[in-house]
Design a protein around this ligand. Sequence first.
Ligand code: MCA
Length: 525
Amino acid sequence: MSDSFQTNSGLPVSALYGPADRGAEPPEPGRFPFTRGNYASGYRGRTWTFRQYSGFGTAEESNSRYRYLLDQGGTGLSVALDLPTQCGYDSDDPEVTEEVGRVGVAVDTLADAEVLFDGIPLDKISTSFTINGTAAILLAFYVAAAEKAGVPRAKLTGTIQNDILKEYASRGTWIWPPEPSLRLIADTIEFCAAEVPRFNAISVAGAHFRDAGANAVQEMAFTLADGVTYCDTVIERGRLTIEQFAPQVSFFFYTHGDFFEEIAKYRAGRRRWATIVRERYGATADKASMFRFGCVAGGASLYAPQAQNNIVRVAYEAMASVLGGVQSMFTAAWDEPFALPSEESATLALRTQQILALETGVTRTVDPLGGSYFVEALTDATEARIIEIMDDLEQHGGMVRAIEDGYLQGLIADEAYQLHKDIESGTVPVVGVNRFVADEPAPDLATYELDAEGRERQLKRLAKVKDERDGAAVQASLDALARAAEGTGNLMHNLIDCANAYCTVGEMVATLKAVWGEFQQPVVF
Ligand SMILES: C[C@H](C(=O)O)C(=O)SCCNC(=O)CCNC(=O)[C@H](O)C(C)(C)COP(=O)(O)OP(=O)(O)OC[C@H]1O[C@@H](n2cnc3c(N)ncnc32)[C@H](O)[C@@H]1OP(=O)(O)O
């Protein structure tokens, strides 16, 4: 970290690379282990998806932002949900009043989901949901809302994040203990494999390890280790083969500013995952071993001082992501360190991707950096370090154990502390923060303000739904959910029944809490 002739993860960088530094020639793009990309045609076949993360206030406001983003050339949706929805509380719960609609949109019942997607062609546009503890419930709402709009579940495309392990370790929206949480994730994976075959049932997300302080190589290693845990869980249940469900397992990361390290991270991750799926699980179909990922350019790599510098940071990070072979990207707005982005800054963030795709020529040839002495050597070094970190976690007893006893959180905290010290001392340069610092007034921002009337509208809609729904159907579907949770069957059909009966997120979560209990976070020093 402290030597400038290292990547930010501490991998050594030589002054010059040549043929002797490059390992074995990677196969051409589209061929196992996909170091050079999943598809032979690269971005000529299909450009990555422009998927701007967005959602705030009520379903009406978010729906209008989604329509705006699609009108401006966005090619996928990415739903940000508020904390009550993520943690399983309804908007009328007095515990969460201040949080309703704050960091994302409030979704209490199917009625909200219907408004959220009103007028959006769900058979054509793919939608990602950043939702974890309550992912199965939001999937149930999505399926129910689509079917009410006449779109069969088999046609739906999109992704639920549904990655609870990183929630315990770094993001915090857990609800139940690991065992039932993993069961619910396996239920969604099985359900999608059988009935929603074009939908990604999980987005194993390293992004939040990164935001909590993990370096790029740790981010990839921890994420792949989580991926292994989920695949083990599904395989152990014995109902699906790896080939039946792995094509619906996807990944998600942050791209930060160390340009070549990020490119190598993605190339190494793609090769490692393909190798794991083939060697550990015996998959033979290419589709099962493809590592497909989305990313954010931004996050903790953006800074408040001289905030417009973030526009430049995001552009470089987006370029690195594309040279790494990303499938879907969110470019963050420059004012993100302050508040929810304005329409103007959100548009500029989208334009950043469009300029990259259309003006820079980066999509003209497949994996333009393939064969670079440096990039191939760094890819090899990154993969070797990923293997070491994954072995260490496995020796520790696996990811669930490492999270339960705080080992993983300790590794992340150590790295975060080191980075903080390095930025404070100036060893890691950050323009505007520890170099070329200027005395400047805070920027004049037109950021989004939470609308108190919106919250009232949300509460009114919830009250109306509760008033008008069939109380007996609500009770019957919740009772059936409780009985199913006590057994071992798949809960997805029960959750869809609850959604269609207009049960609330809070009611479904409370029903499952009564059977499964709640998770208690270990104290980590
Ligand atoms: C920070 C914040 C927070 O903390 O709160 C967050 O977490 S934000 C978190 C936000 N999360 C996200 O944005 C999640 C992003 N993830 C995703 O979008 C997905 O999981 C993804 C990575 C698999 C990308 O899915 P996608 O639909 O956009 O794109 P795909 O790669 O699946 O491509 C769509 C279709 O085109 C096909 N396709 C793609 N490329 C080619 C090519 N070159 N030639 C031929 N076909 C191709 C694919 O096989 C697929 O077909 P077919 O459909 O037939 O298979």
